[in-house]
Design a protein around this ligand. Structure first.
Ligand code: SF4
Length: 475
């Protein structure tokens, strides 16, 4: 999978999402429970707003000094006998990883959950190279078994599936014969995966944060699969977006606190691990460690008007409060990064040609901005995208004409007043039982996606009432 998960039109994808009542229920109840858990975990930490400010400052400081910290990280990893590779593009990143694996003649690969490996299309590249690749995060494993169904959430990739669907997938693809109890399904997957861990020659993980002064990476997981992926195979390859770095363990601790509470409403997840190249004399752990640092467009974002998007710690909290995500679901974004942060970063990484609709998939209610643990002004970034898209004339000619007409109408009180006078008689042709149900071609799409009341008659309007009051009071 690469950044783009679905090439169909945005309207087709959203129509699918809106029509999938099962998915909408699943997303709605997941959002509700994650929201409540996040709130109580955040409150338990004390002054949450101060923690958010600390998180924002750490991320901003690191981004301002990114070259320094990356250099420090590289030096420390090499000093400890590890390898570090800076990949300018996704092709460079996945080719490097493939070459390491091919050189070792390794075939069996286990992998833990990592969005950046999706972004660089790693699974596809390794499978083409003849590797047997197994996703070990339970959610990702379910998606892989379901013919690589795309993820629909940054933190909970299989959020759109329920236990019955998972039971069906396991029965069809793995010969599972038991019922749909989550415990039994998880136990079954664990048994299959344990064997895969033991057989694997190379383990690939993501990296929540690299710690510059230690030359190490930090993994935050709940299932322990990340640790097994990193520790059992002889070679560990970690992949990180170039911005996911902290100066020291002190900053990592602040961000881990914000991440765990915002992502899953836990004080800390079950496993918080700091690892890197094995030290001399270590009796276990991998013999070889590689860290691949992926740029893939991030340098262009750095220092731009979208710089703050790089502060993201991929907690998924903005998805959990977004009313648009709730209704259309993750697949409608057509990107591995859905929700508000996806609508900001996907067009930056993948361009407006394929993703110009995403910044418009927002009500601009700013719930995402309010919840973001590192204070990214998401709704402002969406507006900035919209301005750029309009400036670049990427909206359709019909839409431009409509916007000009509406702009003209709304900027002239006299014209607006006159138009309102005709609104009721004109709308009679378009209405049935007091609702507007049809209209001219120019606004048919707009009407079709809204529930609109027929405008009131002129003599019952607010303006008429106000004029009458003014007349009565002699104003
Ligand atoms: S934008 Fe903020 S809330 Fe959304 S995933 Fe990133 S850090 Fe979390």
């Amino acid at each position: 999978m690469s950044l783009q998960t679905d090439k169909r039109d945005f309207s087709e994808r959203t129509t699918d999402g809106l029509g999938d009542s099962f998915m909408r229920n699943a997303v709605g109840s997941a959002q509700d429970s994650l929201k409540t858990r996040r709130l109580s975990a955040a409150t338990a930490l004390g002054d949450w707003e101060q923690w958010r400010t600390a998180g924002q400052q750490i991320r901003q400081h690191t981004l301002q000094n990114l070259d320094y910290y990356l250099e420090q990280l590289a030096g420390n990893i090499e000093k400890k006998g590890g390898h570090i590779y800076f990949a300018a593009t996704k092709e460079e990143a996945s080719s490097y990883i493939r070459d390491v694996i091919v050189q070792k003649q390794a075939k069996k690969i286990v992998k833990s959950k990592s969005m950046v490996t999706e972004e660089i299309d790693l699974n596809h590249v390794l499978i083409e190279a003849g590797c047997e690749l197994i996703e070990t995060d339970l959610g990702e494993y379910i998606l892989q078994m379901d013919d690589w169904d795309p993820p629909s959430h940054i933190v909970a990739p299989a959020l759109h599936k329920d236990r019955r669907q998972i039971q069906r997938v396991f029965a069809e693809k793995l010969g599972y014969t038991d019922d749909e109890s989550p415990e039994k399904l998880a136990r079954f997957a664990r048994k299959v995966l344990r064997q895969k861990f033991l057989e694997a020659e190379v383990g690939i993980t993501g990296c929540n944060f690299a710690v510059a002064n230690l030359g190490a990476i930090n993994l935050v997981t709940n299932e322990g699969n990340g640790d097994l992926t990193a520790a059992i195979p002889k070679t560990h390859i970690a992949v990180m977006g170039m911005e996911r770095i902290v100066p020291t363990l002190a900053e990592m601790e602040v961000l881990d606190n914000l991440l765990c509470r915002s992502a899953v409403g836990q004080k800390l997840t079950s496993y918080i691990t700091v690892m890197g190249p094995s030290a001399a004399g270590d009796t276990d752990g991998p013999e070889e460690f590689h860290l691949v640092v992926v740029d893939n467009g991030r340098s262009d974002i750095l220092g731009s008007e979208f710089n703050e998007a790089l502060q993201c710690i991929r907690c998924g909290a903005c998805l959990n409060v977004c009313p648009v995500y709730r209704h259309i679901g993750g697949h409608a974004y057509g990107s591995i990064y859905p929700g508000p942060i996806g609508a900001v970063i996907t067009p930056l990484l993948g361009g407006y040609d394929d993703f110009k609709e995403l910044p418009f998939a927002s009500s601009l209610c700013a719930a995402c901005t309010d919840v973001c643990p590192v204070r990214i002004p998401l709704h402002e970034q969406l507006i900035r995208h919209r301005q750029n898209i309009v400036k670049e004339n990427r909206t359709g000619s019909m839409e431009r004409f409509q916007m000009k007409a509406v702009g003209r109408l709304l900027s002239s009180p006299a014209l607006f007043g006159k138009t309102l006078r005709f609104a009721h008689p004109a709308s009679r042709l378009m209405s049935k039982h007091g609702r507007i149900v049809r209209g001219p071609e120019l606004i048919r799409g707009w009407i079709g996606s809204r529930d609109l009341s027929q405008p009131v008659k002129q003599q019952d309007s607010f303006r008429a009432w106000l004029d009458k009051r003014k007349g009565e009071s002699g104003q």
